[in-house]
Design a protein around this ligand. Sequence first.
Ligand code: UDP
Ligand code: MG
Length: 141
Amino acid sequence: MVQRTLAIIKPDSVEKKVIGEIIKRIEEAGFKILAMKYTKLTEEQAKSFYEIHKDKPFYNDLVKYMTSGPIVPIALEKENAVEEFRTLIGSTDPTKAEEGTIRKLFGTNIERNAIHGSDSPENGEKEVLFFFSKSEIVYNY
Ligand code: UDP
Ligand code: MG
């Protein structure tokens, strides 16, 4: 099944100047880029994006971190995209992530973990539309 998933290159990666390193790995893994932008979340947007975690102890810090600097959201498409992208990025905690994964390579800690990946095909669709309108999605290559 061809699926969509949302990647977000998080503020720690932008600060470390590894946007290119990360996109290179995404391209090499065979993901098709449908849309991409360089932007910054407002507090309201970050709260809404991570609403599912609103009762977690890490929520307020997560919102602070995700609004602390620019991010690069990227809409991706591939066969089995959600699971394959989660494999490419590795576990939430970079110290526990598999060797060679994006979080292992570029993450700092369980909060500042370099990159986001959607957790289900439904959320992949939903999260892509959080950042990109249908007219911003490019199909023709
Ligand atoms: N997070 C955190 N502390 C935790 C767990 C998660 O700060 O104990 C942050 C981290 O940036 C993570 C995000 O909250 O990527 C969302 O958490 P989730 O459990 O959905 O992890 P993910 O799906 O990103 O691996
Ligand atoms: Mg998640």
